[in-house]
Design a protein around this ligand. Structure first.
Ligand SMILES: Cc1cc2nc3c(=O)[nH]c(=O)nc-3n(C[C@H](O)[C@H](O)[C@H](O)COP(=O)(O)OP(=O)(O)OC[C@H]3O[C@@H](n4cnc5c(N)ncnc54)[C@H](O)[C@@H]3O)c2cc1C
Length: 429
């Protein structure tokens, strides 16, 4: 392939969502020379460009902002700090990092209409590509292949950025946050929602979204229910839904035909990890993102990662916070000044914990450990990190809501030398 070789970049960030922009800003503030953010989209802002509802920024700015307002503040801050943005630039290849003297450097491939195909070298990279929605093809839905089936996020983009209403009578499959938000959004635009169907015995999105997006609008949701079959061709005419028993299997005879012209899928998010895999970075099977330590550093020492590319977060504010950590440490690495604390200690998901991030702690910085429980506890429960690193009472614990354990670097650093792992658990109090 003939391709131009671009001028050296100190810290390259892939993805201009809340994680990438916060990382870039922090990298410049920490002293990195040239910091460039690449994004395949036409404008920076990531998924928040299409989130016109409020709910962003409560933790960071102490006020409720829309997604575009929240991102505008960060993008302006980054521009003032001297961050360069390259929109319309898709990163399509990542090389395994190579050692140069005492450090590694990274190289990746970018394609853009403006500059063609280029090979880019950087002192450090921050992976901030976000996540993608689980598509219809992954669900094994029976029936025809009609038009009118959208992931909730793509319907949101059509409506909020394209001004197009995907349909007039919609069913929602799954109770992920985007589906709940879109049920409300489509109602506000005059469509009717015929039901929200969730296969699990619990809602997978945030409680506040159930209250604000479904309950407040009289939209019914059905737990232990799933869409089994699509009918209609070439356009969707309806969906067959069925009840799911305690054994997780469909209940015979419970099928019901629901007329609708649109089906929105809100059945899970998966970190974008193709570039991560290409670089040879270790993947955590529980999160599907890279294994990271408390510096947000991956198994390739010059590659850092943040945001939904690491694990699916529930709040953008947390994404920005972890982005800052990744960007600052990437800058320190590129400048040859990254001071890593002690040895690596593995964080193991224990009782009722599905995933925890970061997966390695070193005691270099105070950190927040983000975790999701496997099944809900509707009542007082206790979150513990073993070896006395953390314990707190929780009012409840739900898979859709992240829990946080704040760990002190000094506590981690003073663990006895024979401790190589700590366990996180959430149990009934
Ligand atoms: C519909 C929806 C509603 C939400 N509502 C709320 C809410 O009310 N409150 C709240 O706090 N949080 C909310 N969230 C969560 C929040 O938006 C996400 O946690 C956050 O956007 C994740 O940020 P990110 O930077 O990791 O990823 P993203 O915002 O997804 O950004 C990733 C960026 O990477 C780019 N990219 C990916 N691959 C490449 C590549 N190969 N080359 C170049 N660029 C690439 C993408 O174009 C994108 O711009 C919502 C999320 C969604 C999807």
């Amino acid at each position: 392939m003939t391709a131009a070789q671009r001028k050296w970049i100190d810290v390259a960030v892939i993805g201009a969502g809340p994680a990438g922009v916060a990382a870039a800003c922090a990298a410049r503030t920490a002293g990195a020379g040239r910091v460039v953010v690449f994004d395949r989209d036409a404008e920076p802002g990531g998924i928040l460009q299409q989130c016109v509802h409020t709910g962003f920024g409560l933790h960071t700015f102490g006020e409720e902002l829309t997604g575009p307002e929240y991102m505008h503040r960060y993008i302006e801050r980054a521009r003032r700090a001297g961050v360069e943005f390259e929109p319309g630039a898709a990163v399509f290849g990542m090389e395994k990092p190579e050692s140069r003297g005492d450090r590694q450097s990274a190289a990746f491939w970018v394609s853009s209409a403006r500059r063609g195909v280029e090979r880019v070298e950087a002192g450090a990279v921050v992976l901030a590509m976000g996540c993608r929605e689980r598509p219809a093809g992954a669900l094994g839905l029976a029936g025809t292949r009609p038009s009118g089936v959208y992931t909730a996020g793509s319907a949101q983009r059509l409506l909020n950025m394209g001004g197009l209403l995907p349909g007039r009578r919609a069913a929602v499959m799954g109770t992920g946050d985007i589906g709940l938000i879109m049920a409300r959004r489509m109602t506000l635009e005059g469509a009717s929602i015929v039901g929200v169907f969730e296969i699990m015995p619990w809602v997978s999105g945030l409680r506040r979204n159930v209250a604000q997006c479904l309950d407040d609008f009289g939209i019914h949701y059905h737990l232990n229910s799933s869409v089994r079959e699509l009918r209609g061709y070439p356009a969707l005419e309806g969906a067959v839904v069925e009840k799911i028993g305690r054994d997780g299997k469909p209940i015979q005879g419970s099928e019901e035909f629901i007329p609708c012209d649109t089906l929105l899928l809100a059945v899970g998010l998966i970190p974008e990890n193709e570039l991560t895999r290409m670089a040879g970075i270790g993947i955590n099977p529980a999160t599907n993102g890279p294994v990271v330590n408390d510096l947000m550093q991956t198994s390739c020492e010059c590659v850092f990662a943040a945001g939904n590319a690491v694990a699916v977060y529930d709040l953008a504010d947390f994404v920005s916070r972890e982005g800052e950590r990744a960007g600052r440490n990437a800058a320190m690495y590129a400048m040859g000044r990254l001071a890593k604390g002690g040895r690596d200690i593995a964080v193991i998901p224990g009782e009722n914990v599905r995933s925890a991030s970061p997966q390695i702690i070193t005691g270099t910085e105070d950190i927040a450990l983000y975790l999701r429980v496997s099944s809900p506890i509707e009542g007082k429960c206790r979150l513990e990190v073993s070896e006395g690193l953390f314990s707190a009472d929780l009012r409840c614990a739900r898979p859709g809501e992240m829990n946080t354990a704040r760990l002190k670097a000094s506590d981690i650093a003073s663990l006895p030398h024979y401790i190589h792992s700590v366990a996180v658990r959430v149990k009934e109090a």
